[in-house]
Design a binder for this molecule. Sequence first.
Ligand code: ZN
Length: 167
Amino acid sequence: MSSRGELRDLYQEVILDHGKRPRNFGPLASANRRAEGYNPLCGDRETVSLRLEGDVVKDVAFEGAGCAISTASASMMTESVRGKSRADAEALFAKFHDLITGESKAPAGGPALGKLEVFSGVREYPVRIKCATLPWHTLKAALEGEGQTVSTEDGAEASPREEPTAC
Ligand code: ZN
């Protein structure tokens, strides 16, 4: 059995790996939905593109610049929601949100978090919670319509001149 400390190291390794070498990073030529997300507290900026066919996320990718947590979260999100129905993708977001906030608002049942559980450690760093949820908020906006822009801070304008802070 792994000790809790070793498990935490493993989790950090997975997050660092996805942060350094994000999967599904780049434009998505076949996309029919797109949204931009911005976290002014950290400077994370991500665009999520997806190909929605009927009710199914056929393909998904992301672009942008952010800290290791937001990049890793976006990378693992794309792997987790590809091929899922819109309802399952939103259910997964609810569970992910519960995981990192320590709340229990998500309805029982639905898809399992699987490897997304590596983000449970984010709970101990409240400032990082918005970094981890940004790609999911952006995905939700993309599912709701084309050309949405979301910010983790209500009313904050996305300014392209703002320099990202070090995370
Ligand atoms: Zn961040």
